[in-house]
Design a protein. Structure first.
Length: 310
């Protein structure tokens, strides 16, 4: 899927972010999230492990990879945003990738319900104590999925695991598969001496006309982020320097929209290539020095998302 590089592994001199004595659990969690920033070689691996519907034949395993920069773009203490940027091959092609936003003890959480629908739902008081939510956004900052869970730090292993959530079809299958509707997933992020790993326990679900869900197949996913050296990520940093103000305004526009709209539908659904290209072109214009009117950003967002009943 992504061009490979000749980057080599960075020397491993690992210390857990929670190794310092006297850290509070909150600070230990924060440092674990911030530790996912850096420069990486990434390997994406997905394999269907069980056919759950009659006559279903598991598809071939999928493997891809690339080189990825992860930047801390917001950190207000209880809220942290990490932006992923692919920088690929010898030509250092830059592609803005996904974003993960972390919120400590959230009172609400944006949930995906299929067919492009998202609803802001209250988090029970006992579920939010000590917990962190993770909201993942598409490459053009459209919401994608969200989960909540707690970081654990037992046995020197720093890891976070989500509750069971629904996700849209992944980009790797959005244009090639029409036989299932959503992924039901549990996501786990674990720091390792070499970097970190994002593991996924996925069930591919078919949603029928009545709204009932039927399991098609089980899938495991392992996205491995390994620190590297001898690869030049400056093109990714330069891209972010040029476009950060624009994408910050897009994030702010989505925050306003989500706060004012408890339930909405994105159209097209996440992964729509034509919509993504339009936002990317707007970012390039901003990066070239053009002032983008925030009202124009709000107008585009309103075109891409419409309010619906919860």
């Amino acid at each position: 899927m992504h061009a490979e590089s000749t980057a080599v592994l960075a020397p491993v001199n690992y210390t857990s972010p929670c190794a310092q004595p006297g850290l509070s659990p909150f600070e230990c969690d924060r440092r674990s999230i911030l530790a996912m920033a850096g420069e990486y070689r990434v390997r994406f691996a997905f394999e269907e492990t069980a056919a759950l519907a009659p006559d279903y034949v598991p598809h071939a395993a999928q493997h891809s990879g690339g080189t990825e920069l992860v930047l801390v773009v917001e950190d207000s203490g209880e809220h942290i945003a990490l932006q992923h940027i692919l920088v690929l091959g010898d030509k250092h092609v830059v592609v803005k990738h996904w974003r993960q936003d972390w919120q400590y003890q959230p009172s609400t959480l944006l949930r995906f319900h299929g067919n492009g629908k998202f609803t802001s739902e209250a988090v029970a008081p006992d579920a939010r104590v000590g917990a962190w939510s993770q909201i993942v956004y598409e490459v053009d900052d459209v919401p994608r999925y969200a989960g909540i869970g707690r970081w654990t730090h037992a046995h020197g292993v720093d890891a976070w695991q989500s509750d069971r959530i629904w996700r849209p079809l992944p980009r790797r299958e959005y244009t090639t598969r029409k036989d299932y509707s959503v992924l039901e997933a549990v996501n786990r992020h674990t720091l390792t001496p070499a970097g970190w790993v994002h593991e996924q326990d996925n069930t591919k679900l078919v949603i029928d006309a009545s709204g009932a869900a039927h399991a098609l197949a089980r899938e495991v996913g392992t996205n491995t982020y390994t620190h590297i050296s001898n690869y030049d990520f400056s093109a990714g940093r330069d891209y972010w320097k040029r476009t950060a103000t624009f994408w910050g305004e897009v994030r702010a526009a989505w925050e306003r929209y989500e706060a004012a709209t408890p339930s909405f539908v994105t159209s097209p659904e996440p992964d729509a290539q034509t919509r993504i290209e339009e936002w990317f072109k707007l970012a390039e214009r901003s990066g070239d020095g053009e002032k983008i009117d925030p009202a124009a950003i709000d107008a585009l967002l309103a075109r891409d998302a419409r309010a619906v009943n919860p």
